[in-house]
Write a protein that binds this ligand. Sequence first.
Ligand code: AMP
Ligand code: MG
Length: 329
Amino acid sequence: MKQEDLSSLESVRFRYRAIRHPRMKLILKVQDQILTSLREFLRNEGFTEILAPIIGPATDPGIRGAKQVSIQYYDAPFKIMSSMILYKQMIISSVEKIFALSPNIRLEPPESTKTARHLAEFRQIDLEMIYASYDDAMNTAEELLISVVRDVRGNCSEELKGLGRELNELRGPFKRLTHKEAVELLRSKGYTMSYVEEIPWDAEVALSTWHETPFFVYDYPLTSRGFYDREDPNRPGILRDFDMLYPEGFGEAISGGEREHTYEGVLKRMKLTGVDPDEYSWYLQMLKEGVPHSVGFGIGVERLTRWICGLKTIWEAVPFPKVPGIASP
Ligand code: AMP
Ligand code: MG
């Protein structure tokens, strides 16, 4: 199998052939360093690693048109985690700063294959902390990425050379654009998008292409995100949340934010986003009994690997890729 074929869908269907390509080994070595660095950084920052859930009565509904997967768990319908967000809000009552390597399943629409950055099975390093704001979370995200890049440059220079990737050292602070500023910029360049929606996939790539270093977009509009992102009490309609985007056209890296953690607040938001509260009974009961205010984010491991290694597609950044619409090992 030739190098260019690793970004083909054939390489996904016949993974047992593609996996033998020398390039695959370089990528997996870098990925090992990325995972080590992420964990080292977070432990040094006082985070405790916990085990992520894989199934449960409910999961994250805010997954932009992807489908959740249901399974029969004895007599109860269960979901496979699309993200562990609801559980992060549970565990911070025990440990104040946590992270987990969380496997997620989202049946993204088959056409998302064209973005080269969507998988149906992926992993996040998902973290959460109490007594902190979304500014703190953005600072943590920034330092985390700087630290991973430093380690990879230091310990994997041969692998990066083999992959033909020039990875520059990062320096903070990263640029921070409000969602409104990002939309204004996009509109000024001819993208027709509104101020109250998520940034569409093609616009996300464009924004990312116009940047040479990672950057943040923050303060998303209320209607663009799930019920758990906290609305700013002093600025109705604006969420205290953020994304980090990679440069060079690689697109979204991280989503995060402060949590709406009051029972009444979440119920109101569920109504607004058309989510059935009955499906979230344990979660709502937990909120009624009280959880601390918290903030967190998730960074996709395959997307991080793709950007660090400079790969054409996300399915080169995972040993056993599940690409939307494609049945493969
Ligand atoms: P989200 O909660 O949807 O913002 O997801 C959190 C992070 O997980 C994103 O910022 C991405 O890095 C990653 N991610 C989300 N969906 C996918 C997907 N379908 N394939 C790969 N990575 C994903
Ligand atoms: Mg996101």
